[in-house]
Each structure stands twice: as structure tokens, then as C-alpha cells.
Design a protein around this ligand. Sequence first.
Ligand SMILES: NC(=O)c1ccc[n+]([C@@H]2O[C@H](COP(=O)([O-])OP(=O)(O)OC[C@H]3O[C@@H](n4cnc5c(N)ncnc54)[C@H](OP(=O)(O)O)[C@@H]3O)[C@@H](O)[C@H]2O)c1
Length: 365
Amino acid sequence: MARRDPMKLKTTNVPLELYDFARKWLTLLSLAIMLVLFLINAPFGRFAGNNHKRGRHPVGLFNSSWFLVDGIRSWIVMEMVAPLTFIYALFKSPLSFYKVPLPDAFSPQGVLIILFLIHYLNRALINPLRTPSRSTSHIIVPLAGIIFNLANGYIMGSYLSSPYGRIYLGGQYAFDRTSFRVGVLLWVVGFVGNVAHDEILLQLRKRAAERKAKDEKEAEDDDSKNKDKQGTVAKKAAAGEYYGIPSGLLYEFISYPNYFCEWIEWTGFALAAAPFPIPIDATSVSTFQSSILSALRTIVSPWTWKNALVTPPYAFAPTLPPPWVFVLAEIALMLPRAYKGHVWYKERFGERYPKGRKAVIPFVF
Ligand SMILES: NC(=O)c1ccc[n+]([C@@H]2O[C@H](COP(=O)([O-])OP(=O)(O)OC[C@H]3O[C@@H](n4cnc5c(N)ncnc54)[C@H](OP(=O)(O)O)[C@@H]3O)[C@@H](O)[C@H]2O)c1
């Protein structure tokens, strides 16, 4: 009987390969896109063509009305992908050999699943359905968002339902862990902060929409009396969304507290859900300092990035689990937008914009 060469035996596990692929490329592409976003503004919100200071986005293709989509609907579609893929992955548990039941709602895994879903209930439905208006967006933005959310929902759901996730978050032991408790607390603080600061923007827009409706009504009355026709037309042509100077809470210190709080929220989630990805020796001040320095040295080394690119997905950054990938990707994608938006505020409002306000990290950046 012919014997099979063990070196030529090959098994494939598509869900596992997909998980590793998504984990690797979500990390690397987010970091690469971060560099691009410092040069080019993503064409949505204040940087959509019709809101741009010259009335057009500097990248010509982003102005074509063919590719513009409704801001609120496209946001809902794009964001709904994350919780749906997350739920799919939880049910399928693609990293388990055997079918596993869904975790109990009162288990550590169950708590984290509920937190994830609460976030997306607000992000994908409650907030966009309450907002009076959102700028149109170039189709590339929701398409990129859908890909991001597909990958992220899949790896987060796979991780939480994986054998590793079940062991790390298993039973009372996880509830007793300080990192779990501090993490959940940070999630709550970040979530409340994110919602509260989004609400300040929402109220600014709502008041502006009410004022606009009143002006239009007055203009129509003028029209009907056939008085200032030219003035009315000019008013109607003044397209683009309303932007005011937000104030209150962390807006006194930074231009994007909603982003900052979202980062706190997901850092808390990651702290609760997975081990910290960098080994930190905190037995003394000097070992703590040297472990931080050594981590920083690894991160900035070009060899790290060259190796990361060529490393096969299954061996990519083994200590970087999906909840930390999500934190990294969010900061990478939102940091340039916060910086550009902060510069935009200063240009738009000039002297009226509070001088001491930083972009996104109080007193620092
Ligand atoms: N952007 C991202 O990459 C990203 C990623 C993950 C999560 N998030 C979260 O999703 C939420 C929305 O993100 P975003 O990037 O759209 O935030 P944003 O730029 O702060 O805008 C939020 C909403 O407020 C409106 N708005 C912004 N500034 C305003 C002002 N000065 N006056 C009046 N209205 C104003 C915007 O309208 P316009 O659309 O017309 O500008 C939009 O409807 C945030 O909580 C954020 O943390 C964002």
C-alpha cells in the first residue's frame, strides 16, 4: 500500500484562515490608511464636496454627483453590518471544532456581547435616526466602512465565541479580574461620554434646522408677496450643512470629544475582553520603564513592519487579539480626521474658536 508523505498533507480550515487574514489586514491597512488620511480628507461630513470651503473636494472624483449617497441611510447600512456579522460569528463560532451554545447573558462573555450590541444599537440606529441631517457622502466611504465592519464584526464575534475566549472569559474568575472590572467601567464612561458629546452636535444641528425652517417660511411669505425675489433665491442656494462651535463638557478642551470617548470605550472593552498585547513587567518602576521602552522600540523599528507584511496571517502578531486590533484600527482611522477637523474649525471660525482647545486628546494633541 502506498504511504502518504506527511510533508505533503494539507488541511484547510477556511473560517480560521479568514479570521487570521482579517486580523492581519485590518491592522496593517488601518495603519496605512491613517497615513493617507493625513493627506486626503475622507469625503463625508464637513469634507464632503458640497461642504468644502471652495465648494468642491480637492480630489475631483469625490465631487461627482453620480457617486454621492444620502448621509443618514448610508451610515445606517454601513454600521448595521458590524452587529449583524458579529451575531453571525457568535452563532457559528467559526474557531470552535464543535458546535457551542451561545454564552449566558450573565457570564463575562455575555456581558461583553451585550456591550458590543448596545454600542451598535446607538451607532447604527438610534443616533442616525434622531439626527436632523447628515451631509451626503461619497460612495467610497460606506463601501470602505462595510468592509471594515464585516472584518471587525467577524473577528470580534469569532474571538468571543472561540475556545480561547471561552477560557479567558470563563466563569467567576473573569468577573473577579481587575482588568475586567476596570475595563467594563471604562466602557461605560466612554459610551456615556460618546453619546453625550454626539448629543451636543445633534442639538446644534437641530436648532439650526429649526431656524432654517423658520427663515424659509418667512422667505416663502416674502415670495408670495412678490417682494425680495432675488434675496430668497440666494438664501435657498446657500447649500451645505450648518456647523456651529460646540461647547460644554469636554468640548471645552478638545474639538472631538466624541472620538476621544469612543477610544476610551473600546480600550475598556479590550481590557475586559483580552490580555494586554504588550508584555509589561510592573514589578518595579525600572522594569516597567524598560518594558515600555522595549515595546516602543519594537513598534517603531522598520524591521517589525517589514516582517509584519511578509508574515503569514496565522503567525501575525500572535499577542494581538481582535479587541485590541479594533482599538488600534479606530485610533488610526479617526486620529487624522480629528486633526483635520480641528484645523478646519480654526480656519472656519478664526478668532472666535477657543484658543486653548486641542484636537482630540485633552492638553496633549
Ligand atoms: N468617522 C469615523 O471614522 C468613525 C469611526 C468609528 C466611530 N465613529 C463615531 O461615529 C460618530 C459620528 O462620527 P463622525 O465622524 O460623523 O463625527 P462628527 O464629525 O463629529 O459628526 C457627528 C454628527 O454631527 C454633525 N456635526 C459635526 N460637527 C458639527 C458642528 N460643529 N455643528 C453642527 N453639527 C455638527 C455631523 O454632520 P455632518 O455629517 O453633516 O458633518 C454629524 O451628523 C461619533 O460618535 C464617532 O465617535 C466615527
